[in-house]
Design a protein around this ligand. Structure first.
Ligand SMILES: *Cc1c(COP(=O)(O)O)cnc(C)c1O
Length: 360
């Protein structure tokens, strides 16, 4: 078997061990004679999977009695709307930091629901950048403050979360559980699963319990957090197979020492790649301001667009997949999520050196 070096931004690489377990169990889950996909979401077999997924996520994220783990659908993109629908009441203002493409999308949706105050905008900065969150002027009495912990396209990442008076809400789609953080700082965090947690089709939301009840009762049932909170994310049929894979990923992550364990590996991977960029004598130029470089999405440019095209083509021929930068920014990007093996990063670094030697 030959696995690709998968640097896709999302959906993205999954741990081989997880795929192998899923393969083994695919047609007969735990001796039941059925795939987990064929089980009722209200039956015993799936119930155990669901409970373990909730419990493991709780362990990994430090969830206590004040918070609840939800598995929703509609992706992080639906959260862009569902968050203000539930938390931004008439007469209130929500603060948003526009740190890039994903934050911009969150802002666009929130503006459809209520009053938005953009407290900082680095979305057009080159090199890509993030503001100093600690020094921003947040609105007094804001409904919440929304930030994006990792801008997947720009390759930037919040280094230190701000302490805000209003509940801090964070889109962690592309860096959740890549490093430890203190959940108590947050009112709500959310992430589409397809980057760091599992397959697409599941959205993780962790919400502080007092915020569950803020939504107006006039909201459609499925859009109120309280609906899924009351039913442990089983009000309607959840993405059972997606949650099953997420559960396997959570087991894998716990075995790696959780967020603290994986962070060491992630930093080592990112350091190697940034060193390859920084030690290239300017041949490779990092896309992000060094002070806010992401350890999940590494972006860089080559001297010309023609060379970038050649680089990506030759890398692809060597089974290094997904290195093309987002169409909005160009250049190259390697997404090196939790499940991306060190060997893939080593292969890429070796390829970068080789390419420069031949095309420098
Ligand atoms: C991918 C991504 C999204 C969009 O996620 P969907 O699940 O496709 O809606 C939102 N925010 C960030 C930071 C992302 O990386």
């Amino acid at each position: 078997m030959s696995r690709a070096h998968n640097f896709n931004a999302g959906p993205a690489v999954l741990p081989l061990e997880v795929l192998e377990i899923a393969q083994k169990e695919l047609t007969d889950f735990n001796g039941t004679g059925m795939s987990i996909m064929e089980h009722s979401h209200r039956g015993k077999a799936y119930d155990a999977v669901h409970a373990e997924a909730v419990a493991n996520m709780g362990k990994l994220l430090g969830v206590d009695d004040n918070y609840q783990v939800l598995f929703l659908q509609g992706g992080a993109s639906l959260q862009f709307a569902q968050i203000p629908m539930n938390l931004l009441l008439p007469g209130q203002t929500a603060d948003y930091v526009n740190s890039g493409a994903w934050a911009s999308k969150a802002i666009k949706e929130a503006k459809k629901i209520g009053a938005v105050n953009v407290v900082a905008d680095t979305s057009k900065d080159i090199p890509t950048n993030m503001p100093d969150y600690a020094s921003l002027n947040y609105t007094k009495g804001a409904a919440y403050v929304h930030v994006t912990s990792n801008e997947t396209i720009a390759g930037t990442q919040i280094q230190q979360f701000p302490k805000t008076e209003a509940p801090l809400v964070c889109d962690m789609s592309s860096d959740i559980l890549c490093r430890p953080f203190d959940l108590k700082q947050f009112g709500l965090i959310y992430a589409g699963a397809q980057k760091n947690l599992g397959p697409s089709g599941v959205t993780l939301v962790v919400i502080r319990k007092d915020l569950i009840e803020r939504a107006p009762a006039t909201l459609p049932t499925m859009l109120q957090y309280r609906t899924q909170a009351k039913e442990n994310s089983l009000y309607n049929t959840p993405s059972t197979f997606g949650i099953y894979i997420l559960m396997l990923v959570s087991r894998w992550l716990l075995a790696k020492g959780g967020a603290a364990g994986i962070e060491k590996i992630n930093r080592a991977k990112a350091d190697k790649l940034y060193a390859a960029i920084d030690n290239s004598g300017g041949y490779y130029r990092g896309g992000a301001n060094k002070a806010c470089r992401s350890i999940m999405n590494v972006t860089w440019r080559l001297p010309t667009e023609a060379l970038e095209e050649k680089f990506i083509k030759e890398a692809t021929a060597q089974k290094m997949i997904g290195l093309k930068g987002h169409r909005d920014v160009g250049g190259c990007r390697a997404s090196i999520y939790n499940a991306c093996p060190v060997e893939s990063v080593d292969a890429l670094v070796a390829f970068m050196k080789d390419f420069q030697a031949k095309n420098g």
